[in-house]
Design a protein around this ligand. Sequence first.
Ligand code: ATP
Ligand code: MG
Length: 375
Amino acid sequence: MILHNIQLENYRNYPKARAEFDPGVNLLVGDNAQGKTNLLEAIAYLGSGKAFRTQKTGELVHFGADFAQIQGKVFSQERQQDLRWVLFSGSRPRQIYRNGVKKKTAGEIAGVLQTVLFCPEDLTVLKGGAAGRRRLADGAICQLRPNYDGALTEYNRILEQKNRILKDRYDTPALLEILPEYNARLCKIGALLISYRARFFEGLAREAERYHRQFSGGKEEFSLEYHTVSTVKDPFAPVVVLEEALKDHLQSHYQAEIESCSCLTGPHKDDFEVSLNGLPIKAYGSQGQVRTATISLKLAQKALMETVSGESPLLLLDDVLSELDPARQDFVLNQITGGQVFITCCEPGRFTKLGKTIEIQQGSIIENGKWRMEN
Ligand code: ATP
Ligand code: MG
């Protein structure tokens, strides 16, 4: 898929702007706080209706304006398509249009413009808490498998209700009678989640291993291990087998959950661990290794999406090259040639590839056309 152009109106710090993009590499160059990340955010929002830095639509609207607009021309699914979002600063619901026709939900434009983002916040994922890793994995699986999105939402909904039952049980002891029913539903949907995750992590590990090996010049062996509930011996087992394993696990924690008034166990605690040459990155990884392994994971995610949909998602790289040694920088630049790429940078002189440079200054876009490095 290719994003040909984008038009912004009152989006973040862009009062009005338009950019034409190269089908290959687009360098977004500018000093700090000029609007580079805002432009990447707008591109991702155009396809997904999700802003990676905020949940509040109002923050996307230019200070003092009533509404914002993002519009773009996309080539995907073998045809030209036009996407347009109108966002309001107040409580009025946002509007989505595809080829001029109003749509009800972001789900109706799923698959038109898919993106894989790498941003500096991703660098905390491998070293940080399990919740960040689950978010990364869940986000990727939701894009790959629309049914997973529904199952995950349902699981979280039931989990929230179960939590409420456990919290309210002192005031209303009768609530405990319905607990087994909630547990049964959690096991059923939880088994489905584990099954999806096992397959996703298997594919992700295979691709990321390949990228990381090249990235490190064959010096580092990347491995990824999926951790789920301890009674699940084989996450690839049939869903009914997984469901039974989850039931056993919940049963053994039944009393503890009641005593602690919280949901202790289940796939909502799943995690994955990345190791380099057998050493867990969480404990031993250097900054550069964490960066390299995270980029490998993102490139792997992109490769999986290509396999499933047959199209290359857009790669959005925010501040990806800093702190990498020259060999690793070159590797990233060589790997990003497949598909359309947007890469932000404060120092254009570091790039050694052909591409289009788009200069960004205080919320306006200055296009320099084809740009060549003279070295
Ligand atoms: P850096 O190189 O530091 O990452 P950047 O070019 O990526 O900088 P952005 O994150 O895109 O910068 O932000 C540019 C500016 O946009 C910020 O200074 C911020 O204050 C401003 N901004 C964010 N939201 C709005 C808004 N709703 N209205 C107006 N300006 C905004
Ligand atoms: Mg930025």
